[in-house]
Design a protein around this ligand. Structure first.
Ligand code: NAP
Length: 243
């Protein structure tokens, strides 16, 4: 089977690291982005320069029509999609729950959870036997992210439920569904929360005394997608330095 993967939110951070790793392992990669076309093009250029195959695909994955178009365009450019990484995610300024308005809560659910539902549904319709899906959760799902972003934590908790349920529904079709749950990883997302230095502040308090790199999350994603994880489905793997 020729391996074709769509990675949502692959222009930066964990998604970009995953795109480069999977390309090096022989996947043709659909590098999805929402607005940062230059970064997405740079990820594609790096993959192509090292002999891999990739294409940048704009889509806002919180929008149903965009997700359908994303799969169609990936198939036209790369061939039938066999794997999916639902990675796109957002969080907003650190706040207590009492200060979170409904518009923000809805936006977090739309980008993190609804996008995951839409991607999973499209993948369930299209992936062949032997295909696999990895969803991005967060340790926030079990910690709750009090005083920071309970909305984000709740969206990730729901992603874990979705992962377990769909894994059971698709097991008979030979499609595996798992999630990776990162802890504190060095990416731009913490600046969106209002604290760009968050990983350096909190990292030393973790059992491993440091934050993680996007490549360390990408390794877990790549393993779950691979045949090496052929008997693993419905699992949530922490990549969180022991927290
Ligand atoms: P990041 O560096 O902020 O990158 C976010 C990516 O998502 C970008 O490529 C962005 O595209 C894309 N994106 C955002 N909204 C989108 C939308 N509506 N449609 C399509 N793409 C969209 O984030 P990250 O830290 O790598 O996080 C990746 C995933 O890991 C997220 O699900 C996050 O919740 C999870 N995670 C991260 C950490 C951490 O510490 N970093 C910890 C736990 C879980 P543009 O570049 O076009 O904006």
């Amino acid at each position: 089977m020729d391996k074709v993967v769509i990675i949502t939110g692959a222009s930066r951070g964990i998604g970009a690291a995953t795109a480069k790793l999977l390309a090096a392992r022989g996947y043709a990669v659909g590098v999805n982005y929402r607005t940062h076309v230059r970064q997405a093009d740079e990820v594609v250029a790096q993959i192509v320069a090292t002999g891999g195959q990739a294409v940048a695909l704009q889509a806002d994955v919180s929008i149903e029509a965009d997700v359908m178009r994303l799969f169609d365009e990936a198939e036209r450019a790369l061939g039938p999609v066999t794997h999916l990484v639902n990675n796109a995610g957002v969080l907003f300024t650190q706040s207590r729950l009492v200060d979170i308005d409904l518009e923000r809560f809805n936006r977090v659910l739309q980008v993190n959870l609804i996008s995951c539902f839409l991607g999973c549904r499209e993948a369930a319709r299209r992936l062949p036997s032997g295909g696999a899906i990895v969803n991005l959760s967060s340790v926030a799902a079990r910690l709750g992210a009090p005083f920071e972003y309970i909305d984000y934590a709740a969206s990730k908790g729901a992603i874990e439920s979705l992962t377990k349920g769909l894994a059971t529904e698709l097991a008979g079709q030979g499609i595996r569904v798992n999630a990776v749950s990162p802890g504190l990883i060095y990416t731009d997302i913490h600046a969106d929360g209002g604290e760009p230095g968050r990983v350096d502040r909190v990292g030393p308090t973790l059992p491993m005394k440091r934050g993680g790199q996007p490549e360390e999350v990408a390794s877990a994603i790549a393993w779950l997608l691979s045949e090496e994880a052929s008997y693993v489905t419905g699992s949530i793997i922490d990549v969180a330095g022991g927290r």
